[in-house]
Structures are given as structure tokens and as C-alpha cells.
Design a protein around this ligand. Structure first.
Ligand code: MG
Length: 221
């Protein structure tokens, strides 16, 4: 699943890059004992991390503490560079619910050593993505409830109005660094309530009005 069928394109488009935002909800920053950032914290995942609804998240042998982070994902339909914030949502083709799976132990070690998060965030299957919802059906991406259950038990519950930086602001910000291309994904950060997943868990990520994203978790080896 490295290509996506974009609603307005009617054909498969390569994902190319996956942009992700760290600490975009104040309560999540607090639970990580971190400051709310003054500018967006941007990192990348490889497209090989994608897995779709009904797929399996593989826990890698390098980590003993993989966490779930449920997030709103914006799918870019029209590319651009230096996109103004007030035009930014016109570049979104679809939205989806996604999971930013994170090897928390490896991330903590990277933070301690001042190293990048790429390994902690980039394993295969670490970017589950739900079915796409046409952006024209989403009136306001800042007015969505977002939820994650693990084995039927609610673990994360948040609202996109609590984002530190709005989807439009994030697109404008990222487009000043990276040329955005159709098929690029933007994972917009997680609300609080992150926690570990285990072999055999079933994760269900939901955003109001969106189809559910269900994945199971398996340990590799
Ligand atoms: Mg995240």
C-alpha cells in the first residue's frame, strides 16, 4: 500500500512522503513531560511504513515498548510550495484516521542522545492508514472527535479543535520546507492517552463520520 486512490484524481498516486507532527496537542505534550512547541515539530516516515484497514502492525524485535498514537491524517491532492495558510485546505483531497506507531523506548534513547526519531517512527507497518474520506465531505477538520480503542477499551479520546497548530497552518508551514506533491500524507499529531500495545491486541481508530481503521498487533519473532 504505497499508492493511494485519491478521490479527485480517480487513479492511484504514489504516497511519496509521509509528514508527521510531534506534540500538536498540549495534553499529549504534558504527558510526555515536554513543552508545547512554539513552531511545529516535523518528522518523516517512509512510505513502506503504511498498512491499511484490516492489516497487521508488526512489533519489531528492536523495541519492547511500541505505543499507539491516533491521529487525523490529511491527504494532499494538489501539490505546491509556499502555500498560504488561507488556501491550504484547498490542497487537501481527503482525510483519514491514522496511527503513528512509535517505539517509545527507542525514541526516548534518541532524545537522550540528541539523535533523530527516524528509527523509532519508521519501522514497516508503523503508519496504519484508514479508508480515505473525500475532503469535500469534511466541513471543518478542526471539528472532529478522535478516538482509539484497544481490545474494545477506550484509550485515547480527543478533539481536533485542541490542536496547537491547525491543519491549514501545518500545510502552510511544511510547504515552506518541502514541495508538497499529490499523494503526500500529513499525520497531524496525537491527543493524550498514548500507551503500549501488545501481541494480539486489536486497535480500532475512529474519527466522527469516518470509516473505522482496524488493525491487529503481532510480535515478529
Ligand atoms: Mg504522533
Amino acid at each position: 500500500m504505497i499508492e493511494l486512490l485519491l478521490p479527485s484524481h480517480g487513479r492511484d498516486v504514489a504516497v511519496g512522503k509521509i509528514l508527521c507532527i510531534g506534540r500538536n496537542y498540549a495534553k499529549h505534550a504534558a504527558e510526555m513531560q515536554s513543552e508545547v512547541p512554539e513552531e511545529p515539530i516535523v518528522f518523516l516516515k517512509p512510505s513502506t511504513a503504511l498498512v491499511g484497514h484490516g492489516g497487521t502492525v508488526i512489533l519489531p524485535p528492536q523495541s519492547q515498548d511500541v505505543h499507539h498514537e491516533v491521529e487525523l491524517v490529511a491527504v494532499i491532492g494538489r501539490g505546491g510550495k509556499n502555500i498560504p495558510e488561507e488556501k491550504a485546505l484547498e490542497h487537501v483531497d481527503a482525510y483519514a484516521v491514522g496511527l503513528d506507531m512509535t517505539a517509545r523506548d527507542l525514541q526516548a534513547e534518541a532524545k537522550r542522545k540528541g539523535q533523530p526519531w527516524t528509527v523509532a517512527k519508521g519501522f514497516d507497518t508503523f503508519a496504519p492508514l484508514g479508508p480515505l474520506v473525500d475532503a469535500r465531505r469534511v466541513r471543518d477538520p478542526q471539528n472532529l472527535e478522535i478516538r482509539l480503542t484497544v481490545n474494545g477499551e477506550v484509550r485515547q479520546q480527543g478533539h481536533t479543535r485542541d490542536m496547537v497548530f491547525s491543519v491549514a497552518r501545518l500545510i502552510a508551514y511544511c510547504s515552506r520546507i518541502f514541495t508538497l506533491l499529490p499523494g503526500n500524507l500529513l499525520y497531524t499529531g496525537t491527543p493524550d492517552g498514548v500507551g503500549p500495545v501488545r501481541d494480539g491486541d486489536v486497535l480500532e481508530a475512529q474519527i466522527t463520520g469516518f470509516p473505522v481503521l482496524r488493525v491487529k498487533v503481532r510480535r515478529n519473532g
